[in-house]
Ligand binder design. Structure first.
Ligand SMILES: *Cc1c(COP(=O)(O)O)cnc(C)c1O
Length: 392
């Protein structure tokens, strides 16, 4: 079976992990801060906080932006459930904005229209979470401008997009959002086993993200004796730590961070190979009755996923039949995503099928083809040959 995604682990990656295992610090040593600094430098962001997974990153990003009961977060239906669940963890509510039929990302037109309506009703979202689907950036300039106009904060769910660019800058620079989130799950572009990260430029926000992932605990700042919190002699003790908020234990281990830093060294090569494979798919699939991914000129995707849409008016087969035939031929295809609002849990919250027609219609035709940096040309040729045979 050719999988839809697979990690790429080198001997250097294994050495980096083994070095941590032989050291004194399996967690909370220097590997975490080193990985964070390397990623912040790579993206051009001021700071980064490594966490246990991207779901945790989304959760603390919402907490750090003060999302709570009575507030609303908006995201897209075409995403993994975690992009929406983060609001519910904070006691806030979720709503969705339909997708653009070309990019499958949040539609700026739909967002703009919903904001005008929400503003009239006094029900504006506190946070909007655009998801850079398949590795292609959302239209962040427009989303940021709407954020400035309507006063919402922006968390980029860039779980698919580490290594991608938008308007010539790395995704993760965060210059058009408040927080950017990455995932390092093994199917994503670089991996730490499980893992995630928040990146932020505002120093106060960055500091808050850093302590929210470790119980809300900080070390007192000894250099500021004027701080009223430290008037008691005991508080100067070197043992001192202070819990200043209710945080969580969402730390990443040094074992994982060492793997992440080592993987980061090959990120550009991974993305280059993914771009090469995507261009090759575009060429090889050109004559088939499928729609290949459209790319917005402002973006340069990291190509986490290569999703085709079946032009079903040009064929007699259903998506399910094509999918099952590909699986039977040893091609590990997948589907991204079942629209979140159609999940049973979300239907119990009041959402129903029919509410977000673009995401639903996209979902009915979509198939994710295998794409990973180690994929060979001949593996890719086998995918194309299988699909060609099924569709002819
Ligand atoms: C993978 C993914 C997540 C969750 O990542 P984890 O690291 O597995 O928690 C969130 N959002 C999107 C869009 C994802 O693809």
């Amino acid at each position: 079976m050719i999988p839809y995604g697979r990690q790429d682990i080198s001997a250097e990656d294994i050495d980096a992990v083994a070095q941590v295992l032989r050291s004194d610090w399996l967690t909370q040593g220097q590997a975490g801060p080193r990985f964070e600094q390397a990623m912040a430098d790579y993206c051009g962001a001021r700071s980064a906080a490594a966490v246990s997974n991207a779901t945790a990153a989304l959760h603390i990003a919402c907490l750090a932006l003060d999302l709570g009961p009575g507030d609303t977060l908006w995201t897209v239906p075409n995403t993994f459930v975690a992009s929406a669940n983060c609001a519910l963890y904070c006691g806030a509510s979720v709503d969705f904005v339909d997708i653009d039929p070309r990019t499958y990302n949040m539609s700026v037109a739909a967002l703009s229209e919903r904001l005008a309506q929400a503003s009239a009703r006094g029900k504006l979202p506190k946070i909007v979470v655009p998801v850079h689907f398949a590795g292609q950036s959302c239209e962040m300039t427009e989303i940021r401008a709407l954020g400035d106009r309507y006063g919402f904060r922006v968390i980029e769910d860039a779980s698919h997009a580490v290594g991608g660019d938008y308007l010539g800058r790395k995704i993760g620079s965060g210059h058009l959002s408040d927080v950017v989130v990455f995932s390092f799950h093994p199917v994503k572009i670089i991996t730490t086993g499980e893992g995630g990260m928040t990146l932020a430029n505002d120093p106060k926000l960055a500091e808050r993200l850093a302590y929210l992932r470790t119980h809300g605990i900080v070390r007192p700042v000894w250099s500021d004796p004027a701080d009223a919190r430290y008037s008691n002699e005991d508080r100067y003790g070197p043992w001192m730590y202070e819990q200043i908020e209710l945080g969580l234990n969402y730390r990443m281990t040094d074992i994982q961070a060492a793997l992440g830093a080592s993987q980061l060294g090959r990120l550009d090569a991974f993305v280059a190979r993914r771009r090469e494979l995507a261009a090759r798919y575009d060429a090889l699939l050109a004559k088939l009755p499928v729609t290949c991914p459209w790319q917005h000129p402002d973006t340069n995707s990291a190509w986490h996923l290569y999703v085709i849409r079946l032009r079903r008016n040009e064929m007699t087969l259903t998506r399910r039949q094509v999918f099952e035939a590909l699986r039977a031929a040893g091609i590990g295809v997948n589907v991204h995503y079942i629209p979140v609002h159609t999940q049973p849990y979300y239907q119990r919250l009041g959402f129903s099928i029919g509410m977000f027609p673009e995401a639903e219609s996209y979902y009915q035709d979509a198939i994710t083809l295998p794409l990973f940096s180690k994929m060979t040309d001949s593996e890719q040729d086998a995918v194309v040959a299988a699909l060609t045979k099924i569709l002819s």
